[in-house]
Write a new protein. Structure first.
Length: 227
């Protein structure tokens, strides 16, 4: 008999999630279609949007479904960068590769400059470093990204303080490891965007969420599918 403990990597699907997904797999209907089946599927999507919005303290219109937490992070990092017209990306030195890799990709392919916020011996980001950086180069910064809680150390970062220091600079947070495991409120944090993932919390692989501030438009990663 084996015992699985690596829940920071992925979790077993909960019975309720298996039942819900099994029921959905038997349904047919494109949610953009106007016929009965399409409208029924659209209702399921919008109901799910409302449930997640309530769970994280966001508006339903701020919930964007993605194929993974990684896609949500990529959409935020690249989208906020492209929207800004600025070149500097600031991330913590302990980000997951879902944030680190798209930031490095923008350096290699889009001429971005990447600055990493160092962490103290306790694993927390150095807020004084961030304050000094923004004081000197705030008008050059496209976005700041600091994960909410670390998948290896469990340290919860002071994201709310980052938002206060950032002022008008967009702030993204990878909250994949925090959702349902520690208090988490999109509204209270005040971030511009936040990434979540289903398979970290007993849901299926292939489902993520980008929470994005209402009316805050960013360029899409994918084109051609309206939903």
């Amino acid at each position: 008999m084996s015992v699985y403990l690596d829940h920071a990597a992925t979790t077993p699907m909960a019975d309720a999630a298996i039942a819900a997904m099994t029921g959905s797999l038997s349904k047919i209907g494109n949610p953009s279609s106007l016929h009965t089946q399409g409208r029924a599927t659209r209702k399921d999507v919008e109901d799910a949007r409302e449930v997640i919005a309530k769970a994280v303290g966001a508006l339903p219109s701020e919930i964007i479904f993605t194929g993974s937490g990684t896609e949500a992070d990529n959409a935020a990092i690249k989208g906020l960068f492209w929207k800004s017209g600025k070149k500097v990306i600031v991330i913590s030195a302990v980000e997951h590769h879902a944030v680190l890799d798209p930031a490095r990709w923008l350096v290699e392919h889009e001429g971005a400059e990447l600055i990493e916020i160092p962490v103290t011996k306790t694993g927390l980001i150095d807020l004084d470093f961030l304050k000094e950086l923004i004081a000197k180069r705030g008008n050059e910064i496209a976005l700041i990204s600091v994960m909410h809680s670390n998948n290896e150390t469990g340290v919860i970062q002071p994201v709310g303080e980052v938002v206060k220091i950032a002022g008008d600079i967009p702030v993204h947070t990878d909250a994949v490891q925090s959702f349902t495991k520690t208090p988490l409120s999109y509204k209270e944090l005040g971030v511009t965007s936040m990434a979540l993932s289903a398979h970290k919390v007993g849901g299926p692989h292939g489902i993520g969420v980008l929470v994005l501030r209402r009316a805050y438009e960013i360029p899409a990663l994918l084109h051609g599918g309206g939903q």
